[in-house]
Design a protein around this ligand. Structure first.
Ligand code: GLC
Length: 733
């Protein structure tokens, strides 16, 4: 985003023409951001002036009130009414238990606007992680589509349902790079890769924010959890994260920078400590990087009790210390805990935190309320709020997104897609009838809305196919679809497991089905990349369906019956064993690459990063580059490759481009995804797929932590997965 600070004082320009005298006086003191940007760094003078005027009227208590975000619980509604009237609530954290409705929203907002002294409207935030009432696959699933537009479409539907219901901001996207699938929250992001988390995070921001927060169907985005949360020790949620400064700069910060550039209006400070400094009281990340270096003008929110938890981290002794250290570090608004309300006055009195910092924090929140147009338009249309939920159009989008998220990992003898002559099919497995397919963050979803696997397979079966329910009894069938995986309670926040192997009961179900029905199609409803080693040789086909949301069964049917081609690919490696964690495609080679294996098992994934099968096949040929060299100052290389659809069905293919910096100031990842394109190719046709490589894609942080692009030779790979690529080299000069 280019911000131009223009101070143009054009005294006057007098233009004469025959009968008209035009006198133009311009005195512009305006900040002009790039046109069409949603970026929160976009400030306008009029709003800033209004905020200044409001700040001048506010008492210290009212300012601290704006920095307080209680959780909207149903049982404390009376207390909250009083608090709103006294100007003690700047925003609400709404959770499912709050039972928010358009009616309740208007009731509470009316108290703020019409009964409090200054009438400042309240901002309502909610965990709109993968849907509001219409629920989409968990984000790791949608990221498997490698389709930013698809991610945006899901976010756009979620934003519309949420805003019409009274929600102004989502506590989303989660852009924590995650390389330990024991960690339940790997389900909420875009997996192990930096580039994918950057692009999918930015897509969610754009989907939420659309063409402006003043629109009735858009919401603000809050990027989380800032920063490095995915490095939790042992994959145990909220454990400390030991992250080197370079890894922070190279791996964990870039997806958040992408969210700033896409226009995120808020950031959520994380619950863990970053190499010893609690993320919620971390001046380096929250102020020096986010606000100073990146120019972020939105507000930072704590995560649940993360302000008061600074005490248990042990870097402050009491609540006053927690409040002062968090606010001074850059956490503007305190969610749930009440240390700001109770201790900031004395912390200011004792000089632990300045009034300027308080005013800046209030200003950041008020900016977003103005951008949401809440001062002029605080209420919602209750009738519309109910009407806009779970529409047929939204269901159709959810069905499309879910089917585009499902990864086909195995398809022996092309048992899939099923067709009219597939005969009688037994559907079995403990997840065949489950509606527990909303993942950990269920939004405002209703389980009764879910199309289960069995219901979808039965309702959409092609003529000639018979679907039998074999969950409670054996049936006579030609093959079986076995629905296995993990319940939503096995992943998500604080749901970490010490063994990510498909559990024994599910393995048993697959084995029994193989015995009875000879051919088995295994459907895995999961939130994380489970270890499937116990069934990989038994299954004739394996489809990762994720926690696929409201339209799960219909989307599954679309894939299994061939109405939709499976085009998804892994955004995290599917490992052979829990013991291999962490194992990811972009790790660094050792000094003895040949010796980086276990004695009992090769250290390689069962299914690699970027892998997924299709009902057609693609051939890659003729990788070529426009030049063998590129200048590090403004150079560019065009990469081209021929991709042919060699099968019988038209389909999309995800073409991936990787690089490796062969000799650098520090050791570099053995492969890094730098670009990808999802292209449509008709059966029998070949297209040329082109990429541009520019120096900025080759930068990294050297041993002095300077971001550099260095001369030298690079590996270049282009292909359909991280392990099936054509290779070239090029040189940066
Ligand atoms: C939780 C989560 C965070 C969520 C917040 C509000 O602690 O860490 O992702 O947005 O609370 O529910």
């Amino acid at each position: 985003m280019i911000k131009l600070h223009l101070k143009l004082h054009i005294k006057s320009i007098i233009l004469y023409s025959f009968s008209f005298l035009m006198l133009l006086f311009f005195s512009i003191d305006t900040v002009i951001a790039a046109a069409g940007s949603n970026n929160s760094t976009q400030l306008d003078n009029a709003t800033e002036s209004k905020i200044t005027a409001l700040l001048e009227k506010m008492t210290l208590d009212e300012k601290i009130g704006q920095l307080s975000q209680p959780v909207l619980f149903i049982e404390s509604r009376e207390d909250l009414r009083e608090a709103i009237k006294k100007g003690e609530v700047g925003s609400f954290c709404v959770i499912k238990k709050s039972q928010i409705t358009p009616e309740l929203y208007n009731e509470l907002q009316r108290i703020a606007v019409e009964e409090s002294r200054l009438g400042i409207p309240i901002l309502f935030g909610f965990d709109v992680i993968h849907g509001f009432r219409t629920i989409f696959p968990n984000p790791l699933g949608i990221s498997s589509s490698w389709n930013e537009q698809t991610m945006m479409d899901a976010a756009d539907v979620a934003a519309s349902e949420a805003r019409y219901f009274g929600i102004h901001m989502a506590f989303s996207p989660m852009v924590d790079v995650a390389r330990d699938p024991r960690w339940g929250r790997i389900a909420e992001g875009a997996g192990e890769d930096v580039e994918l988390n950057k692009r999918m995070g930015a897509a969610i921001v754009r989907g939420f924010m659309g063409d402006g927060l003043d629109k009735p169907d858009q919401i603000g985005a809050c990027a989380k959890h800032f920063v490095g949360y995915g490095m939790a020790l042992g994959g145990r949620d909220k454990q400390f994260c030991e992250i080197s400064p370079r890894t922070l700069l190279d791996t964990y910060l870039p997806p958040f920078k992408a969210c700033v550039d896409a226009g995120a209006v808020s950031f959520m400070a994380a619950l863990h400590d970053i190499s010893g400094v609690p993320a919620t009281a971390n001046h380096y990340t929250l102020t020096e990087v986010l606000k100073d270096d990146w120019g972020f003008n939105g507000f930072v929110l704590s995560d649940w009790d993360s302000v008061v938890e600074v005490i248990s981290h042990g870097t402050v002794a009491d609540e006053e210390g927690a409040a002062a250290s968090a606010l001074a570090a850059g956490t503007d608004v305190e969610m749930k805990s009440t240390t700001y309300k109770e201790y900031l006055p004395q912390a200011i009195e004792s000089g632990k935190v300045s009034m300027d910092r308080v005013d800046d924090a209030v200003r950041r929140l008020l900016r977003i309320k103005y951008r949401l147009n809440l001062f002029d338009n605080p209420y919602i249309d209750v009738k519309k709020g109910h009407e806009m939920q779970l529409t047929q159009e939204n269901r159709a989008t959810a069905r499309r997104v879910a089917s585009e998220s499902m990864i086909l990992l195995k398809n022996d003898n092309e048992i899939l897609p099923l067709s009219g002559n597939s005969g009688t099919i037994a559907v079995t497995g403990s997840l065949a009838h489950t509606n527990d397919l909303y993942g950990h963050w269920k939004g405002n979803g209703n389980f009764n809305d879910v199309v289960t696997a069995f219901a979808g397979l039965d309702a959409n079966k092609p003529s000639g196919v018979k679907i039998l329910d074999a969950t409670n009894s054996d049936v006579d069938a030609d093959m079986a679809i076995v629905c296995v995986g993990e319940p939503s309670s096995a992943f998500g926040e604080s749901n970490d497991v010490s063994d990510i192997t498909l559990t024994a009961d599910h393995v048993k179900a697959v084995k029994e089905a193989k015995e009875k029905y000879k051919k088995v199609i295994v459907v895995v409803f999961c939130g994380r990349p489970l270890v499937l080693t116990p069934i990989v040789d038994i299954a004739d086909a394996i489809l990762i369906a994720w926690h696929a949301g409201t339209e799960a069964g219909n989307a599954l049917a679309d894939i299994l019956y061939g109405k939709v081609n499976p085009t998804a690919k892994t955004t995290c490696s599917f490992l052979k064993s829990t013991g291999h964690i962490p194992l990811y495609y972009s790790d660094r080679k050792s000094g003895r690459p040949k010796e980086d294996n276990y004695t009992d098992m090769m250290a390689e994934p069962l299914f690699p990063f970027g892998f997924g099968l299709n009902y057609t096949t693609f051939e890659y040929r003729n990788l070529r580059i426009s030049s063998p060299t590129m200048s590090k100052d403004g150079g560019k290389i065009i990469v081209s490759i021929d991709v042919r659809n060699a099968g019988r069905r038209p389909s999309e293919e995800i073409v991936q481009l990787y690089i490796h910096d062969i000799v650098a100031d520090v050791t570099r990842p053995q492969m890094e995804l730098k670009d990808f394109k999802k292209v449509y190719i008709k059966n029998g046709e070949s297209i040329i797929v082109k990429f541009e490589i520019t120096p900025d894609q080759l930068s990294y942080f050297n041993s002095k932590l300077e971001e550099v692009v260095e001369p030298g030779e690079f590996d270049l790979w282009v292909g359909g997965s991280s392990t099936t690529c054509l290779h070239k080299n090029f040189v940066v000069e």
